[in-house]
Each structure stands twice: as C-alpha cells, then as structure tokens.
Design a protein around this ligand. Structure first.
Ligand SMILES: Nc1ncnc2c1ncn2[C@@H]1O[C@H](COP(=O)(O)OP(=O)(O)OP(=O)(O)O)[C@@H](O)[C@H]1O
Ligand SMILES: [Mg+2]
Length: 270
C-alpha cells in the first residue's frame, strides 16, 4: 500500500456523494459476509465425517447444532477432533461425508470464490496469535478493517475503540514482539472482533498463557459473547471450563460423547 497524504486529506473532507458510496460499500460487505444468523442456528453439523487417510479419522459422524448467541466449549483429549471441527467452520477442511452449515449456508455449495468473504465474516483466534510481527498493534487491528474495505475514517474511529475494549490503548504503537503473550492474544481478539462478526472461533486461545492471564482472556470472550456473537472455543483448560459453566461438547476419537448445557469439563461423578 502506498502512503499518500493527498488521499488521506481527501478522505477527511469527503463529499456527500462519496460518503453515500462509502455507506453503500459497507452494506455490500455486510451482505457479502454471507452469514444469515436470523434464519436459524449459527452452526449445523449433519453426520459429518472427516477421514484424513485410511487410518486417520478427524471426525466420525458428528451431528449437532449451535444456536446464534451461544458460547460453546469443545473439549477432548489431544487428537479427539477439536481443531478439525473448528477448521471446518471456515472451510479450511472439507468433510469427507455429511454437511456443514454456517449462518444458514451449506459450505459445500459455496463457490470457492466466496470463501474469503465467509472467512471475513468469522472472527478467528488461535493459540499462537498469528499477528503480523513487523506491524504495530494498531496496524494489526486496522489491517482487518482494510481487507473488508472500510474507509480510512471509519478505521481511525474503530481501532481505538476496540483497543480500549481489550485494554491496550496505551500499547497501540508497540510491535507484537514487545508484548506479553496475554497482550498479544488480546490484540488477536481485537483483530477478530473489530468487524463485529456474528461468529467467533477460538482454537486453544489460552493454550500458551498462565492461569490468571487465561481468565482475563476468557472474560474478554465472555463480554464479546454478551454482545450477541456466537463463540465456539476448543480448549484443554479444565479449570476455565468449570468456572464458566457454558455448553460443553466433548469429543473422543472424532465422536461427540457428551453435549451438555451449563456444564463442567468432565461429566459430574454420579
Ligand atoms: N492433516 C492431517 N493429516 C492426517 N491426520 C490428521 C491431520 N490433521 C489431523 N489429523 C488427525 O485427526 C485427528 C484429530 O485431529 P485434531 O487436530 O482435530 O485434534 P485436536 O482435538 O485438535 O487435538 P489437539 O488437542 O492436540 O490440538 C488426530 O488423530 C490427528 O492425528
Ligand atoms: Mg487442536
């Protein structure tokens, strides 16, 4: 991207028709994010099987549905299929059998050219943050808005707002390498949430963090969920899951062995 002070000035003194075009562009992007949460469940898995190879099964007949606005923990031992499940939601992995619906859309029927729009409509948070290491905190978050075509003025408004939400207003100019792990994860959550996605997926977001920092990250995700965003989070963190008392879907060898509301990590002893 070229630095062009002239265009910056032009953006600040936009004419009315230009502003109208900007609003139309935002609406277009909204429509193109492809999720239709009003039409029923946010996520539906229907007899989903994923075989990586003859002797490597990721998911083995998973059927479930997640309503709009839910907070769901996916738990299970290493290799039980949690990441396979999460990555199917952005069609990074396609099922061998069965059907995956997200926001009312059958992902198998979505044209390949539409997949980037699907992914822009879903916030993603990973264990290893995946930040742009050479860019500041501010730029990491701004980038998520630039790719969806936000106008410079709207970016200048939204980035400070979201950095304030995650408690990093004073670190906007730092590089990711100059932050703690917990702070880096907060940047990645800011980036995932700045577009206000209807669905946010998180794969072991607290996997590299100490217990206190993990609780801070969890509180942030909880606040995001309270705004109406559906959250699906894979985790090994028994203590966190027990504290939150949310819906727990437990996987074992690619099968759902438990799906329970207001639950703990492990089945309560009877
Ligand atoms: N690219 C791949 N090729 C072959 N097998 C794979 C591949 N990815 C995953 N698997 C297998 O699929 C199963 C489920 O893997 P998955 O990564 O979904 O587990 P997970 O629950 O996320 O584990 P972890 O807690 O270790 O992250 C495992 O047996 C794994 O070995
Ligand atoms: Mg995993």
């Amino acid at each position: 991207m070229s630095a062009d002070p002239a265009s910056e000035t032009a953006a600040a003194t936009e004419s009315a028709p230009k502003r109208a075009r900007g609003r139309e562009r935002e609406r277009r992007i909204d429509r193109r994010s492809l999720l239709r949460p009003g039409d029923g469940p946010m996520v539906v898995f229907d007899k989903v099987v994923k075989r990586y190879a003859e002797d490597a099964t990721g998911l083995d007949g998973v059927s479930l549905s997640i309503e709009s606005g839910e907070f769901v923990f996916l738990v299970g031992a290493s290799g039980s299929g949690k990441s396979t499940f999460i990555r199917m939601l952005i069609r990074e992995i396609e099922p061998t059998e069965g059907r995956v619906m997200v926001g009312g859309r059958d992902l198998a029927k979505m044209r390949r050219s539409k997949i980037p729009y699907l992914r822009r409509g879903i916030g993603c948070v990973f264990q290893d943050y995946k930040l742009l290491t050479g860019r500041s905190v501010y730029d990491n978050v701004a980038y998520a808005l630039q790719v969806t075509g936000d106008a410079p003025r709207s970016i200048r408004r939204k980035v400070p707002e979201i950095l304030n939400l995650v408690g990093l207003s004073d670190k906007a100019d730092r590089l990711p390498g100059e932050l703690s792990g917990g702070e880096q994860q907060r940047v990645s959550i800011a980036r995932a949430f700045v577009n206000h996605p209807r669905l946010l997926i998180a794969d072991e977001p607290t996997g590299n963090l100490d217990p206190d920092t993990s609780i801070g990250i969890m509180q942030l995700l909880y606040r995001i969920n309270r705004t109406g965003t559906t959250i699906v989070m894979a985790t090994h963190d028994r203590e966190l899951v027990d504290k939150m008392q949310m819906r727990v879907i437990a996987l074992e060898h690619g099968k759902v062995i438990r799906d329970q509301r207001q639950a703990r990590y492990a089945r309560a002893e009877s």
